[in-house]
Design a protein around this ligand. Structure first.
Ligand SMILES: [Fe+2]
Length: 321
């Protein structure tokens, strides 16, 4: 696909927040067990025909999708890493309205998908990462998405198949599960850090097509943190000339600093690798690599304000944002 070009800084999808990380893993069954035992995320449903497991503690219909490299979704030569990142939009009507404006302005290519509980639009950012914008279309996705699911996806043509629902169906106060017995009790996926190749184009895309606002930093600095309307940070763009473009880390909020202590003590015994701990006034974060080398930034906020974050060192920032 070609890079997406926005004209004159109009704003399009303007999501509420980042909602899930969809990632390729070398073995989805082993990864599912590992994410349960180490990070404390429960499998909500599984698609054995797609070799995919979907994990959620009740925040969204899945916070993680773990897709096997042997799945038909994995292109030839695919390595473990990001398949796509997904943003939650206020309503289906808002999603369709943004999509129509984006089509009219020549943004794309885009494709639409019906996931029963959500309607989605997919495209690529200028670095080539796949990005999804979706809206919940049912109130009770927990009921609809559990166990083993094998089914064809229906066709959805935005604004044509059905009259878009204008209601916001996101539960603002979901009941979140804690997985007792896991090393770390993960709460929810909140953000993704991206190692960026074309910083200016990526900043432009995420602030215009995605419509995020700057929460910390600026486009001339080493890192910038961008946020949706219901978030304090969804995408960290990390300027790293040496690293390949793509996922730097997935941000995983945990329940308490005791979980971070547990990660420091026990993650390596379970096959993970501690990458870095950042102990800062704004946030404490422990970055842990899974068995495929994908980095989960486990964190608890202390005083998460831009003026507090500003005292972090340039070396710590990629592991703090
Ligand atoms: Fe997705």
């Amino acid at each position: 696909m070609n890079p997406i070009q926005a004209k004159d800084r109009p704003v399009y999808f303007s999501p509420r927040r980042l909602a899930h990380s969809n990632q390729f893993v070398s073995d989805y069954v082993k990864a599912c067990d590992f994410y349960r035992d180490v990070f404390g995320f429960a499998e909500a449903y599984r698609q054995p025909d797609n070799l995919a497991s979907f994990l959620s503690n009740g925040n969204t219909y899945h916070d993680f999708a773990l897709i096997d490299l042997r799945s038909h979704y994995a292109p030839e030569g695919q390595k473990p890493g990001l398949n796509h990142l997904a943003f939650e939009v206020e309503s289906e009507a808002a999603l369709v309205e943004s999509y129509k404006r984006a089509v009219a302005d020549g943004i794309g290519p885009m494709r639409a998908a019906d996931h029963d509980v959500a309607h989605s639009i997919y495209m690529r950012d200028p670095d080539g990462n796949a990005v999804e914008f979706y809206a919940d279309v049912v109130e009770d996705w927990e009921e609809a998405r559990k166990g083993i699911i094998i089914k064809q996806k229906p066709k959805w043509e935005p604004g044509v198949t059905n009259v878009p629902d204008a209601r916001c169906l996101v539960n603002p106060h979901p009941r979140l599960k804690r997985l007792e017995g896991a090393l770390v009790q993960g709460k929810r996926v909140t953000h993704i850090g991206l190692s960026v190749r074309d910083f200016d184009a990526m900043f432009e895309f995420y602030t215009t097509v995605a419509g995020l606002k700057t929460y910390f930093g600026d486009r001339s600095g080493p890192c910038v943190l961008l946020a949706g309307s219901a978030s304090t940070g969804d995408i960290a763009l990390i300027r790293q000339a040496q690293a390949p473009a793509g996922m730097h880390h997935v941000g995983v909020e945990v329940w308490s600093e005791r979980d971070l202590d547990a990660a420091m003590r026990g993650a390596e015994r379970l096959g993970a690798t501690i990458v870095r701990e950042v102990n800062h006034a704004s946030r404490r974060a422990v970055s842990v690599a899974d068995t495929d080398g994908l980095v989960m930034q486990l964190y608890v906020d202390r005083d998460w304000r831009p003026e507090v974050i500003a005292s972090a060192s340039e070396e710590d920032l990629p592991y703090l944002l």
